[in-house]
Design a binder for this molecule. Structure first.
Ligand SMILES: [Fe+2]
Ligand SMILES: [Fe+2]
Ligand SMILES: [Fe+2]
Length: 361
């Protein structure tokens, strides 16, 4: 049976996972997406443009995670383009719509040097959102936000500035932009009636992109998901899996460590064995893989294959302690592929075992 997946749900998974990296980032992408959405409505953008605007906003800073860059770029006065360029390259190399890649590329280009209307909106929304402090009532921050934006008026597109000047006077708008519930509901409602279906091959492409973000944070895991994505489908083939089932496994392999964004790089790259406390943080990654991929019932099968890779037949695995009665063959294949790949890779505290050559799927 041909399965289709909703692109928005996959982007939501990535957006969720990116929030795990740092407390400074929690809600940043969603908030930016929501503000962009409100600007887009005022600008009268059509559905096609709105779709692009929201999804691009939801992942606009993806380049920041590459090689674990620091987050100075999130500060209002810092408009470094480096992470935007990296995000652009990541999207471009993973066969994303070039228009989508361009939106990310220009999201720090100020007025009048921004050639892309959607990027200008994200630029404005993003700069506005970074001014918000979570430990203070938003209504008590309005004057400050207005002052800073007005002082930097020439950096922003005049149309966006006009919309901002109207919206910021509306208390409900201000309260909406800090309400996680309103933001999620609004964005979900917008996409509810829109089909933005992608097939398994496209899902593999997005998943591969996600694996770059999760794996490249540490040189020790730089090719980890790629390795599993090569091994697991070969094992599945041995069990006479159909071509599309093998592809599901491949997508799950690319996604299996998405929850690793919760683990700080100091732990990932630590020389020597992790302490008990560090090990507990490491162990939580599959829980977050499960949560990140819980964005649609259609993704559940792939989510389970991805998230159960540290469960064991005798129920002593983690974090769900699922045993052989519940673990499907695909989930077991993923666990074996993960162990096999991991023992062939170097870790800060040991050398990898000698690799053997496998036929690529
Ligand atoms: Fe950015
Ligand atoms: Fe941003
Ligand atoms: Fe893992």
């Amino acid at each position: 049976m041909k399965e289709n997946y909703n692109f928005y749900n996959i982007i939501k998974s990535l957006s969720y996972a990116m929030d795990l990296v740092s407390k400074t980032l929690v809600g940043h992408h969603k908030r930016t997406a929501y503000v962009s959405y409100r600007f887009g409505l005022k600008l009268g953008l059509d559905t096609k443009e709105m779709k692009k605007l929201i999804t691009a906003s939801l992942i606009h800073d993806l380049g920041i995670f590459y090689l674990d860059q620091q987050y100075q770029d999130l500060k209002f006065d810092n408009e470094s383009n480096y992470h935007a360029e990296v995000g652009y390259k990541l999207l471009e190399q993973n066969s994303f719509d070039p228009e989508f890649a361009d939106i990310i590329k220009y999201h720090h280009h100020g007025y009048p040097n921004n050639p892309n209307q959607l990027s200008s909106i994200i630029h404005f929304a993003d700069r506005m959102v970074v001014l918000i402090l979570d430990d203070k009532s938003i209504l008590n921050q309005v004057d400050h936000i207005k002052k800073v934006i007005e002082n930097n008026k020439e950096r922003f597109c005049p149309e966006c500035f006009k919309i901002f000047s109207e919206l910021i006077e509306n208390e409900a708008f201000c309260l909406d932009i800090v309400s996680e519930e309103v933001i999620s509901k609004t964005l979900d409602n917008f996409f509810e009636d829109i089909d933005w279906e992608i097939d398994l091959d496209e899902l593999i492409n997005v998943s591969k992109l996600i694996s770059h973000i999760t794996d490249f944070r540490s040189p020790f895991t730089a090719a980890h998901s790629q390795g599993i994505a090569a091994v697991a489908p070969v094992l599945a083939e041995k069990y006479n899996y159909s071509r599309s089932e093998c592809k599901e496994i491949k997508a799950a392999a690319y996604l299996h460590d998405i929850g690793k964004l919760i683990v700080p790089t100091e732990i990932l790259n630590k020389k020597g064995k992790p302490t008990k406390e560090e090990w507990n943080i490491l162990k939580s990654h599959t829980y977050y893989t499960y949560q990140a991929l819980s964005t649609s019932p259609k993704l559940n099968k792939i989510r389970n294959i991805a998230a159960y890779h540290h469960e064991k037949l005798d129920g002593t695995g983690y974090p769900f302690q699922i045993d052989e009665k519940k673990l499907s063959l695909s989930e077991r294949i993923m666990a074996v592929a993960d162990i096999f790949t991991a023992i062939t890779e170097d870790r800060p505290y040991r050398k990898g075992m000698k690799k053997i050559k496998l036929k690529r799927f």
